[in-house]
Write a protein that binds this ligand. Structure first.
Ligand code: EPU
Length: 428
């Protein structure tokens, strides 16, 4: 397995460019199936989740051509079989967006059931409720979700709780239906808005994305388009926290500061200076870091995908912080690993009590999932001594060139590849 070896204690300084948003692009790539012509996607991050989705489209019969490092042309018009087999779907959870896009295009989708994952149980009942409400019949058949509809008719769908995945899948399925679909209690995340903008650029009629009521008037056809993916809010937040944890001074470029507001507000409470510009933010620290309490919430609240990283920072702050994260039931798997580095954290199901310890010590650790891995990198950058992080394939699912970017900011980080080791992939 590849690992990162990080010698901590160097303040990060300089500039870093943020890549396209993982959670937007993993919805936009399957959405290309709905177009009657080729699409060109720009600002596509080079991460393993993207490679897997492009591979799935290619195996299904699409033409996929890289036009540049971050630009891809996809012609999915040659796909005829609305099926994503287990062997392809098992690598990532976001493959369930093929359910919505294949159903929208072919009125039929057969996609392997997404597995549970390290964040805990992740049912898809709200997705299936929405498909049924549009007139589809959903059955589970030998591990495959089989969805068929004679026709898809616009409908009113109320989600029992806010869900990003079901909001996105409903938009994908409803965009070419007949009549009006209204999603109530919709997710408002920036990537939900980005998918709506992408579909609208193909000729869709979607209004209200970014609010809790989204209205989708079905259209007969969607055309190919050229579209640039938004910057990654969570990647930006991760570099903001890394800069703060090392008491550095970093300009984080190609961001949408509005998307970062909840992160900026918490960093300011902790004592971090955040200067906002049109499309960049500068992070610096010149005083003590102090405790704060955090509760994760759907957007525009504090994102669960930033909880492990900011918790690592709170270990370095004075005082006791309380962090509550109940969006998923297993998002504190990094705690054992941080304890190996000297953290004093106790967890009771969805609540962590973090006693500030002021510093970390380097240690061998293992990344249990993507954002937990990012938290370990932050701790390692701030630590005294050397940290070896194993299972970095989790981190590479969602952070483009993290090693190069950190090195350009002055970090002492190297990737050690173990030749011949199997690369395992899991899904979030
Ligand atoms: N849920 C259900 N039933 C459903 C759908 C969701 O019970 O039908 C539950 C989930 O189990 C979870 C909660 O509702 O407890 C919220 O789930 P949601 O659908 O919002 O999350 P998701 O679509 O599975 C996306 C991101 C996650 C991010 C969450 C929350 C993608 C590919 N994944 O997951 O990103 O944490 O929204 O914002 O967009 C990550 O990037 O590290 C990551 C895990």
């Amino acid at each position: 397995m590849d690992k990162f070896i990080i010698k901590g204690g160097r303040p990060l300084s300089g500039e870093v460019e943020i890549s396209g948003a993982k959670n937007a692009v993993v919805a936009i790539i399957p959405a290309v199936i709905l177009a009657d012509g080729p699409c060109i996607l720009e600002n596509v991050p080079q991460i393993s989740d993207v490679s897997i989705l492009l591979r799935i489209l290619y195996e299904m019969g699409a033409e996929v051509k890289m036009l540049g490092k971050n630009t891809v042309r996809i012609d999915a018009t040659k796909i005829t079989e609305p099926v994503v087999p287990y062997e392809m779907a098992k690598h990532m959870r976001a493959s369930y967006y093929f359910l919505g896009s294949l159903l929208g295009k072919f009125r039929r989708a057969r996609v392997s059931m997404p597995g549970g994952c390290y964040l805990g149980d992740r049912p898809i009942d709200q997705h299936l409720k929405a498909f049924s409400s549009l007139g589809a019949e959903c059955i589970l058949d030998h591990g495959m979700i089989d969805i068929r509809a004679q026709s898809l008719i616009g409908s009113q769908i109320y989600f029992d709780f806010v869900t990003v995945g079901a909001t996105i899948n409903t938009m994908l399925a409803a965009v070419k239906s007949t009549g009006l679909t209204i999603i109530e209690n919709a997710a408002k995340e920036p990537h939900v808005v980005d998918l709506a903008n992408f579909l609208n650029s193909m000729g869709a009629d979607i209004m209200g994305a970014g609010t809790d009521v989204i209205k989708i008037r079905g259209v007969k056809a969607l055309k190919g388009t050229t579209y640039a993916v938004i910057p990654d809010q969570i990647e930006a937040g991760t570099y903001m926290v890394a800069a703060a944890a090392t008491r550095g001074n970093v300009l984080i470029k190609n961001v949408i500061p509005k998307h970062l507001e909840s992160i900026t507000a918490k960093l300011a409470k902790i004592g971090v200076n955040v200067e906002e510009f049109d499309d960049s933010v500068r992070i610096s620290v010149d005083g003590p870091l102090v405790k704060t309490n955090i509760k994760t919430m759907p957007h525009p609240g504090f994102p669960t995908d930033m909880q492990p990283q900011i918790s690592a920072l709170l270990c370095l702050a004075e005082g006791t912080s309380i962090v509550t994260d109940d969006i998923f039931n297993n998002r504190f798997r990094y705690v054992d690993q941080l304890r190996r580095m000297g953290a004093d954290i106790s967890v009771d199901r969805t609540v962590a009590v973090i006693e500030g310890v002021g510093h970390f010590m380097g240690a061998p650790v293992t990344a249990p999932d993507l954002r937990a891995g990012a938290a370990l990198i932050i701790a390692a950058l701030a630590a005294n001594g050397i940290t070896e992080i194993e299972d970095i394939y989790h981190i590479e699912r969602g952070y483009e060139e993290i090693e190069q970017k950190l090195r350009s900011l002055g970090a002492d980080i190297v990737k050690k590849s173990v030749p011949g080791s199997a690369v395992r992939k899991v899904a979030l």
